[in-house]
Design a protein around this ligand. Structure first.
Ligand code: NAD
Length: 519
């Protein structure tokens, strides 16, 4: 097992100061410079793919395919998108034409916030740092990255490789545990992004509040999956199991529990059993397609939950804590107050909670904090809508799990206790940007328009104020009356145009008007 070298407290302070000085030097103002750094993130990964795979295998026991699909693809997508879109994202935006304001050339433009802090958890130890870093660089920031100490091989490799690819003054890696992160959090940052559990999220938010540092929190929660009998049950089963068992269930968007009508539970369990046997024909313990739990402490935590469940384990259930192995597990007949229905499991265990109907399923979801995703498996659009409209979550996904996070252009973010702010693409770029407005008002404007603002104030000031705002929308009760007036007004205009054309035709004026052209 790799030993992670922790960054000294002196070095943490030095990195913070160096990054600040480098940012203040104005280096990041050049879009070309930012593009080069963004491209380098791509090459930092591409040149060393095998080393990254090896490190991620050591930390999480992942198959290379799972790495490539869930971790690498996301980073390459972010790099390519930011590289391609940066000019669009950073250009100045004019407001629409307004007779009052156009002489001043009002504009707004995304500018960097300054020095950003990015703290990541263990489950996607590379993407959850390099993804936001790409956005932070696109926005023109300096950044300090704090990887998870629970993935020593990946975090050590990042500390080794990042300085070889990126500007050494602007971008830094701080490795360490709670004391190092606590030191990092004492410092003043211009934006912080934390991904991880809500308990530490609160610590990070309190630290950010001391400096009024703007913050993005990407937290966890319990994502429900509602299964309607009107569904291709085999498809639902394989997608649910894939979503729950990838990365050994350590994905923030994993389905955390399944709600199903009691009379459909047997059918669903049968479909799960079939999919399970296809996924792991020789059993999951022997399969190299199944990852490991990040630490023995987490493996023991998940085992304790399994030991305490009142549900019936129908698939898996074994645990070898010393080897960080918890079998992919399905538990049926799980009561709503079960230990598996409390905290986020964040492991390869899928509880099935039988319910009476969709209303009871919605009530179970609503009794919990808003999750990152609500999943519905149904071919019935009305059923899907009912669940989505009665609940709140970061994502509302039908007939799929997890992969919404990989769709370029769709932001990833929570709501309420699952977090605030967004990952990926333009929305992540905006987290690290500040929209700075600008205008330049020529002197003559005071003569023609804005002179009225200067004392002594005059009684006719209301005339000028009115021209600044325009008319208010109609009062709610008058809305339909306004619509009728508008609709009839349009007909009156049509009628008048028609009548005058007819008159002109009749009087022969059209022919006269056209005559010279024909001649
Ligand atoms: P973790 O234990 O690796 O911790 C995350 C970070 O917090 C680490 O860098 C760690 O050093 C730091 N930390 C830990 N304790 C601290 C303390 N007392 N003070 C200051 N810093 C501290 O990972 P985790 O938090 O267990 O991550 C798993 C959680 O992350 C899950 O809840 C998961 O749902 C969530 N998550 C959310 C998203 C998202 O996009 N919303 C993505 C991935 C994971």
């Amino acid at each position: 097992m790799t030993t992670l070298t922790y960054t000294s407290i002196e070095d943490i302070e030095k990195f913070h100061e160096t990054a600040r000085r480098a940012f203040d030097s104005g280096k990041t103002q050049s879009i070309e410079f930012r593009k080069d750094q963004i491209a380098q993130i791509g090459w930092l990964l591409r040149d060393n793919e095998d080393r990254w795979r090896e490190a991620l295998r050591a930390d999480l026991g992942r198959h290379p395919q799972e790495n490539d699909l869930l971790e690498f693809v996301s980073i390459y997508t972010e790099v390519n998108m930011a590289y391609k879109e940066i000019e669009k994202w950073t250009k100045a935006h004019s407001i629409g034409f307004s007779v009052n304001w156009f002489p001043m050339h009002p504009k707004y433009k995304a500018e960097p916030k300054g020095v950003a802090l990015i703290i990541a958890p263990f489950n996607f130890p590379l993407f959850l740092l390099l993804g936001p870093l790409t956005s932070a660089i696109a926005a023109g920031n300096a950044a300090v990255l704090k990887p998870s100490e629970q993935t020593p091989a990946t975090s050590q490799l990042l500390a080794e490789l990042l300085p070889k690819y990126l500007d050494n003054e602007l971008y830094h890696v701080v490795n360490g545990g709670v004391p190092e992160t606590t030191k990092v959090l004492e410092l003043k940052w211009d934006h912080s992004m934390y991904t991880g559990n809500g308990r530490v999220g609160r610590i990070v938010a309190a630290a950010a509040a001391k400096h009024l540092t703007p913050l993005t929190l990407e937290l966890g929660g319990k994502n429900p999956a509602v299964v309607d009998p009107k569904v291709d049950v085999k498809m639902a089963a394989r997608r649910l199991l894939w979503g729950r068992f990838s990365n050994a269930g350590q994905i923030c968007l994993c389905p955390e529990y399944v709600l199903v009508p009691a009379e459909f539970q047997d059918t669903l369990v049968e479909a799960f059993t079939e999919a399970y046997q296809r996924f792991y024909p020789e059993g999951p313990e022997k399969s190299d397609s199944f990852s490991r739990i990040v630490t023995t402490a987490h493996a023991a935590r998940i085992k304790r939950m399994l030991d305490g469940t009142k549900g019936k384990i129908v698939l898996g259930g074994q645990a070898d804590v010393d080897n960080r192995y918890v079998a992919p597990t399905v538990v049926r007949d799980v009561p709503v107050d079960d230990v598996l229905m409390g905290e986020e499991i964040f492991g390869p265990v899928l509880p099935i909670v039988p319910v009476k109907d969709v209303d009871e399923a919605i009530a179970v979801i609503r009794a919990k904090d808003h999750p990152l995703a609500v999943y519905v498996f149904s071919t019935d659009k009305k059923f899907q809508d009912k669940v989505f409209k009665s609940t709140k979550s970061g994502a509302a996904v039908a007939n799929e799990t997890v992969i919404s996070a990989g769709v370029p252009g769709l932001p990833v973010g929570g709501v309420g206790p699952s977090g605030y702010g967004y990952y990926s693409g333009k929305q992540c770029f905006e987290q690290f940007s500040h929209y700075r407005v600008s205008l330049d008002n020529p002197g003559w404007v005071d003569t023609v328009a804005f002179g009225f603002r200067f004392p002594p104030y005059k009684p006719d000031y209301k005339k000028h104020i009115g021209s600044l705002t325009g008319a208010l929308p109609p009062r709610p009760g008058q809305k339909s009356a306004m619509k009728v007036v508008k609709r009839w007004g349009l007909w009156v205009v049509f009628a008048l145009v028609g009548a005058s054309s007819a008159l002109l035709m009749k009087s022969g004026r059209f022919a006269q008007l056209k005559a010279p052209a024909q001649a």
